[in-house]
Design a protein around this ligand. Sequence first.
Ligand code: AKG
Length: 300
Amino acid sequence: MTNRLDPTLIERFREDGFLAFDTGLPALDIAVLRDTLRGLHAGNVGFEEGALFDAMGVDDGSAPARFPQILHPRSFAPELIGSPFYRIARGMAEQILGREVRFKADISLLKPARFGDPTPWHQDEAFQDPAFDYQEISFWLALQPVDTSNSCMAYVPGSHKGPVLPHGFPGGDPRIHALECIDGFDPLDAVFCPLSAGGCVIHNGRTVHGAGPNTSGGDRLAYVLIFDTVPVPAKTERHFPWRAQHKTARAQRELEWRRQGGILVHLWRQRSRVRVTSIRTLLFDMRRAARAVRRVIAAE
Ligand SMILES: O=C(O)CCC(=O)C(=O)O
């Protein structure tokens, strides 16, 4: 088990925008992660505050979730940070992005047996504010073996070298959290990445990726850690019109919760994300906190 990647693999990652490898995590560490996350999903943890949501449904609780996800599960199970997987990912992220790397987020992704929807083709950067340029890497850890029958990930090689492509909503419904890339790539170019339990695939925030449905008899659970550097103002002007149209029940629950005092909990939790390495990173974090507070006040 190592938290270093061979330089030739880093080179391949820079070229393709994704890279699959085996973490070498012992079965016990994988089982601990799986049990922790399963427990959170089973307990419906984080629904009220918008942390637990259905990425592929309208998410109003009226139908079984097609792709339940928990944003920041570490808020509910702090032991996730400092896990052997976290240490591996952090070391590799620092190798690729440099010493200024910061932990951004963790996500638990559950695709229910025989029911889990495909993940639409998308670029993670399409969710972000287009006023900034980003450097971001996701570490997607398989908590059981994955192949095309249970929704292994698929990536379009080299797509991270182009721009953020036009996105819309699955079925044209802006209430759905997921975004779908609608032009500018060929899904036939995608490379599918089957993995054993403990296998990991990393991708750049701009790489076009997706996954098939889960048609197998077992749930498919993955744990994702995201690392980035502090975003810098975008060099060229760009527009992501889908962001203004997006109106999810998740975002509404989060806003309500923050208005009722959750904002203080949110700001306290964010401290694990702060890593002051310069005045610029300090100012960025202060502005982000101020923006979160302003949003709550504007909603009063
Ligand atoms: O697990 C999936 O199907 C989607 C994951 C994903 O899009 C991501 O990690 O960025």
